[in-house]
Design a binder for this molecule. Structure first.
Ligand SMILES: N[C@@H](CCC(=O)N[C@@H](CS)C(=O)NCC(=O)O)C(=O)O
Length: 210
């Protein structure tokens, strides 16, 4: 078993994704908290680990990996069971589209340094984030089509759920309107009843500020 260290922030959705995958796969790992609110991500020490000054950063036997989706794919290859990606090329492409709808289509627009540049006013930031969260999650729901599994893609958790659950957490935090996204609300609530998702929750991290 390699030695795994996750540099993360409790409320970062990208960090949350990686914690979910590690927990689902039952991988033992150590966590190092990086406080984004005090700017620890921009210190010389941290930028040496993660050049963009972003969490998460995963160390595997001392080798550093950044970008949560690349990390999720690495974990899938290092620890194939339980599988979080489907096996057929077409299914995998659908799964990646769900992943990117959140990873590329929503999260960059709600990122701390992005909304800080947008405005000093919290109300302006919140309106901006809600808009992109609601549009992106509506697209995610549409991409699920007529699927009716227990989770986003079938009856077992997948990488789509590792993206969805953190994004739903952020959606609630910013007060996004989820009233038309009942299916996503149900999937998210169901996932969070599982012990692996519960251990990965932001509020379950010891440094979480309530
Ligand atoms: N695409 C990257 C983005 C990482 C990212 O945006 N991390 C955020 C937290 S979710 C961060 O560290 N933000 C720090 C900042 O904005 O200063 C990933 O998926 O890992």
């Amino acid at each position: 078993m390699p030695t795994i260290v996750l540099h993360h922030y409790w409320r970062s959705s990208c960090s949350h994704r990686v914690r979910i995958a590690l927990e689902l796969k039952g991988v033992a790992y150590e966590k190092v908290a990086v406080n984004l609110l005090t700017g620890q991500q921009n210190t010389v020490e941290f930028v040496r680990l993660s050049p963009r000054g972003y969490v998460p950063c995963l160390e595997v036997d001392g080798e550093r990996f950044v970008e949560s989706v690349a990390i999720l794919e690495l974990l899938e290859e290092l620890f194939p069971t339980p599988a979080l990606y489907p096996t057929s090329p077409r299914e995998r492409a659908h799964m990646r589209a769900l992943v990117e709808t959140i990873n590329a289509g929503i999260q960059p627009l709600q990122n701390l340094n992005v909304i800080a540049r947008l405005s000093d006013e919290q109300a302006v930031r919140t309106q901006w984030v809600r808009h992109y969260v609601e549009r992106g999650l509506t697209a995610f729901d549409a991409l699920l089509g007529t699927r009716s599994g227990l989770f986003s893609w079938g009856d077992t958790p997948s990488v789509a759920d590792a993206l969805l659950v953190p994004q739903m957490h952020a959606a609630r935090r910013f007060g996004a309107d989820l009233s038309r996204l009942e299916r996503l609300v149900t999937i998210d609530a169901r996932a969070r009843t599982l012990a692996s998702f519960a251990r990965a929750e932001p509020e379950a991290q010891p440094e979480a500020v309530q």
